[in-house]
Design a protein around this ligand. Sequence first.
Ligand SMILES: Cc1cc2nc3c(=O)[nH]c(=O)nc-3n(C[C@H](O)[C@H](O)[C@H](O)COP(=O)(O)OP(=O)(O)OC[C@H]3O[C@@H](n4cnc5c(N)ncnc54)[C@H](O)[C@@H]3O)c2cc1C
Length: 570
Amino acid sequence: MALQTGATDILILGSGGAGLFAALHAHQAAPRASITVAVKGLLGKCGCTRMVQGGYNVALAAGDSVERHFMDTIEGGKWLPDQDLAWKLVTLAVERIHELENELGCFFDRNPDGTVHQKAFAGQTFDRTVHKGDLTGIEIINRLAEQVWARKIGRLEEHRAVELVKSEDKKSIAGVLFIDMRTGEYRLVRAKAVLLATGGGPTMYRYHTPSGDKSCDGLAMALRAGLRLRDMEMVQFHPTGLLAGRHTRMTGTVLEEGLRGSGGYLLNGERERFMARYDPKLERATRDIVSRAIFSEMRRGKTTPHGGVYIAMGHLGPERVRREFKGMVERCADCGFDLAGGLVEVVPTAHYLMGGVEFAPDCSTSLAGLYVAGEDSGGVHGANRLGGNGVANSTVFGAVAGDSMATWVRDAQLSIPDGNIVDEAIRRCEHPFARKPGNLEALRERLYDVMWEKAGIIRDARGLAEAASELSGIDAALDETGLGNADRAFNLAWHDWLNLKSLVGVSRLICAAALAREDSRGAHYREDYPETGSLESSAFTSIAADGRVVMKPVAFTRVRPGESLLKNAA
Ligand SMILES: Cc1cc2nc3c(=O)[nH]c(=O)nc-3n(C[C@H](O)[C@H](O)[C@H](O)COP(=O)(O)OP(=O)(O)OC[C@H]3O[C@@H](n4cnc5c(N)ncnc54)[C@H](O)[C@@H]3O)c2cc1C
């Protein structure tokens, strides 16, 4: 098998908010360094940053403060976030939003007095979400991509990273092995610094929101490279994914929180409004609570024809709904639903992985030269991510990583890649070509079902243990499911096979971490341990490739449970 080779100073995996910000900052700080962005899709057209609807959290307005944003983040994360990372998030978000507007050319919505408009989002004590209508992500990614295109930054598009390759002495990163998806050839790119910014993505659940190019590849690669992942049990479900049947990819896509915020009702299949049984805040309760309530109604069998519940908006007046939620009314109409006047079927949908690679505030990891940012990283959000903190996270830490890598490459040399790692990775990727073609679709359906039923919104020890064993079965079946002697160029079945490999591996981590956490917190709910443990002795899960979980105490470096920074705030 021919191996193409190349070299660059800085190699960035992924072109979401994290990857593109890293490229721009690295270029600014080290203009003579060679920088390459390698991405599974097309630069600027893939990943979830582009899909951001709601907006970007940042403390800008008079009366708000970074301390308040910090406290909302810590309390929302149920005291599990790394406080130094969370502090960096809230303070640097202010710099990044100014950079986005004043240097990179984003237009965000404004108030009549010229100040930036900031809207309310759940779980926050101040209206601080900056947005461009409900297409905020497109505005951010289009401007970032234009700026990257305008600079001398290399691009490897439709290149799928398959392995982080260490140096021969195993002490540092030496490069990354890719599949050029257009030709099917392998390409080894050597680099002094590598950024992992492939955006996580819980697409192993039957219902999910992230873009189809995301299959937890970065997390799977990090684990094989010996890095530890934290908080992997923390999977956020958005309560209202559109439910339009199994035949359409529209199923699972988000109907935004604003619907419930403005007075939308949830009704079960018997048309009863049920939220009062679960929380006094009714439909305005937080995402985790509403998702659990819906899932409970589904388990009671009180479902709609497609197996979910309904959202009703008509009582607010169809004209108003059409005016305020134009995009969503049209999207529902495309699927045959009348959001303005009728009922729309919805279901909770896997939205975001709070867990990811353990990292330091400068985005470095335990492997010298390897950096991580965005949804691949863990520790910023703890047990729950506030809506609006996701894109803030990817842009803030992408920029930090770009600055750090620029400093690192000044003194670093290219290392010799460990050839055994390359050979072993190619052997793993080639594996399905030596097996007879089988039914990948059936395996994907099994994965969806086991994660949704046994490792999803409501968990217990028995279900998680069953899930772990079923995942081993799916993995073994995947190893026996091949592609035959097929052409490798644009071979989507091959990439499906590789996607499933990453997803099954990361699903096993989710189950192991969920089994280890014997309390209920934020997004993680154990029916057999429904109480939240002592906040004072909060610990996060940390998992390695062998699947063993260690509970590590949270360091309360800025504030302890029961205290608030707001008392000291100006
Ligand atoms: C529908 C939707 C709405 C959202 N709305 C909001 C919101 O309103 N506010 C908010 O804060 N957050 C929101 N989020 C979350 C937010 O989008 C993410 O937190 C954030 O954009 C992640 O940025 P990222 O750069 O880490 O990853 P992404 O933007 O997802 O980029 C990942 C990149 O990695 C590439 N990649 C993946 N695998 C590989 C591989 N093997 N090799 C090479 N490249 C690879 C992908 O192609 C992509 O380019 C939303 C998410 C979704 C799905």
